[in-house]
Ligand binder design. Structure first.
Ligand SMILES: [Cu+2]
Length: 137
């Protein structure tokens, strides 16, 4: 009986560590520049995260994002509201990849997120659907 209790306690601890460990994780992608001078980045939206969720691009060079969402009925969108940095995006996502082009013109870190929210539930952003585009020199 004692060992069973210990086993349950141990598995609870392991689950806790797995969960908290996964949440803080950043999946970083440094955009590579192709032969046309375009920085191509692929992003996948899922419930409730973006992969990658930390994207590094160079300033004053065109970026081409290819964004799609995982299959399923949950709607997702991709929003970045940083017009002063040349990034102003608000698109609803589908499983068909969409291509979004922009040229960041200001170094900095900019938030992207999914604004969807169902009734009284937490917004997707609050559940982890957000990330950062870092524009570097
Ligand atoms: Cu969403």
């Amino acid at each position: 009986m004692k060992s069973l209790k210990f086993l349950i306690l141990a598995s609870v601890f392991i689950c806790f560590f797995l969960l908290t460990g996964a949440q803080g994780q950043k999946n970083t992608l440094k955009a590579t520049i192709d032969s046309d001078g375009i920085q191509k980045v692929k992003i996948l939206a899922d419930s409730y995260f973006f992969n990658p969720d930390y994207i590094i691009v160079k300033v004053n060079m065109p970026v081409e994002l290819t964004i799609s969402k995982e299959s399923g009925i949950t709607p997702h969108a991709f929003v970045v509201k940083e017009p002063e940095a040349g990034i102003d995006i608000d698109v609803s996502l589908s499983t068909d990849p969409q291509i979004i082009k922009f040229t960041p013109n200001k170094v900095g870190k900019y938030q992207f997120y999914c604004p969807k929210k169902l009734l009284f539930f937490k917004s997707h952003r609050e559940q982890g659907m957000e990330g950062i585009i870092e524009v570097v020199e």
